[in-house]
Every structure is written in C-alpha cells, then in structure tokens.
Design a binder for this molecule. Structure first.
Ligand code: PAF
Length: 279
C-alpha cells in the first residue's frame, strides 16, 4: 500500500478511469473499512483497478462553530487499519495547502431543493463544501467507481446527482450503514460520547424506528407524528434538529406506496449525531 501526500505523486501513480475510490475524512472505523471492502469487490483486479482511499478533513464543509479543529486526525492508525485489511492500494492524504493551494473561490453549488433541506437547513453550505471537495478529488483520482456510506444518506444522494448532472464517468455505490451490536450507527463522532451517552445514543435510531412503525400501522398525519417524535426525544435530553419520514428517491415528504426513509439529526450534549433507516 502506497501513502501519497501530493497531487503530483497521485497523478503519476494512477491511470485515469481505473480506480475504485473511497473518499473519507480519516479517523477510520469498521464502517469505512466496509466501504473499502466494497470498493475492492467492484474492482477485484488489483493490477488494473487500484483501490484509492483519501484521508482529508475538509474545512469547506464545516461551519465556524463546528468541530473542524478537534476532528480527530489519525493518519497512523488509519494506515495501519488499511494495511491490515489489505484491500487498499493507495492512500491519498494531502495537507490543506496541497488540496487548497489558494482559497477555493470556485465552488460546486448543489441545487437548493436537495441541498438546503434537512442537513443543509441546519448546516448551511455543508453540501457546497462536500461537493466542491469531492468534485476536486474526483478530478485528481479520476476513478471509475466511488463508494459512499448510506449513513450520510442525503450526502450520497447529492453526490449521485452531481455525478449525473456533471456527466462524470463514475459509478457511485452506496454502502450499508454498519452498527454496533446494540444498534448504534458507527461514526467518527461517537468517540466524543461518554459511555453513558453511547447507551443513550440508541434512542435516535429508536425514534426513527418508531416513526416507521407508526407509518406502517397506517398513521398518515406526518407532521404531527414527526413533531411528537421530536418532543419525545427532547424529553429524553436531546436537542433534535429533525426527525422526518421522506421518500427515498428525492427526499420529498413521505407518500403512500413509495419506498421511505426515516432520517434524523439531534444533539446529545455537544455531539451532533445523524442516522437513517430505509423502509
Ligand atoms: O463523508 C465524508 O467523510 C465527507 O463528507 C467526504 C465525502 C469525505 C467529503 O469530505
């Protein structure tokens, strides 16, 4: 496995249109490793199709009050995990000056109807930051395949649309969310939680499951159901941003007969968690 820090090294190591790419912000856990395994599975021939993993904490997608400075940077243990797993061929870990040698004035602006709702409503500019860095990384890696986790459900959708609308020759794959045996969705931000908060964190997926159960039981007053779900979570000590039932294909409001997804974001103490469940 090669560890590369510069664009020049990356360009000379890779032929265009062959890699299977997993963009990450590092601090890898089993959820990321599952995405890397998926990349290897869609590109099984190591000689012709290297698996590339990027590790880069992207300032552009953080609001000023968010955790950019304290976001864990763990290059050594990330590389050790990837080496041990054995699927990754190239790690691309640029520093900020390498990826943004000058202030990034040109940005990729996703459409408001997809990017200004849910996460975008509570984290304005988040998806512009994500699309800008991912588009840039796509230009550098020029992959044939890219794998993103369904844990960031809206992000996966926004990026799929970006690839389609920009005509990028990349097949985007969604990786299933990995959970702890108790059901907590794996996330780098879980490490901000105390042991007690980790147990409590299961209440978020519990709230999403309850919303889906109400829908399955025939309740259709969606806004009231969502409001009550938020009240219940708030009564358990959370600060919910949203708990909502949406249709899978465009994240519009849930409708009869269409595949649904329940999505939620809420703060537990100072840690903001997101989760979703497809139905
Ligand atoms: O999901 C993430 O880790 C990030 O948003 C991504 C896609 C690597 C862009 O920085």
């Amino acid at each position: 496995m090669k560890l590369l820090h510069t664009v020049a090294e990356l360009r000379s190591a890779l032929a265009p249109g062959c890699a299977a790419f997993v963009p990450t912000m590092g601090n890898l856990h089993a959820g990321h490793l599952a995405l890397v395994a998926q990349a290897r599975a869609v590109a099984p021939d190591r000689q012709s199709s290297p698996v590339v993993v990027s590790l880069f904490v992207n300032r552009l997608q953080f609001l000023p009050h968010e955790d950019f400075d304290r976001y864990p940077r763990t290059l050594e243990s990330d590389c050790a995990q990837l080496r041990e797993q054995g699927h990754c061929d190239i790690v691309f870990a640029p520093d900020e000056a390498e990826l943004y040698p000058e202030p990034q004035g040109y940005k990729v602006q996703p459409p408001a109807e997809l990017a200004d709702i849910l996460e975008g409503q509570f984290r304005p500019g988040f998806f512009t930051g994500v699309c800008t860095v991912v588009h840039k990384l796509f230009n550098l890696v020029q992959p044939a395949h890219a794998v993103f986790g369904k844990k960031d459900y809206q992000q996966l959708m926004v990026l799929r649309r970006m690839v389609a609308q920009m005509g990028l020759p990349i097949q985007v794959h969604g990786g299933e969310t990995l959970r702890s045996p108790e059901g907590l969705a794996l996330s780098s931000r879980n490490q901000y939680l105390s042991a007690e908060q980790k147990a409590q964190a299961l209440q978020l997926s519990g709230a999403l499951r309850a919303l889906l159960a109400e829908w399955r039981a025939g309740l259709r007053d969606r806004e009231r159901m969502e409001g009550e779900a938020m009240d219940r979570l708030a009564a358990q000590g959370w600060q919910p941003d949203y708990l909502t039932l949406r249709r899978q294909h465009d994240l519009g409001p849930a409708r009869e007969g269409e595949p649904l997804v329940a999505l939620g974001a809420a703060k537990l103490g100072s840690t903001r968690l997101i989760d979703n469940l497809e139905a």
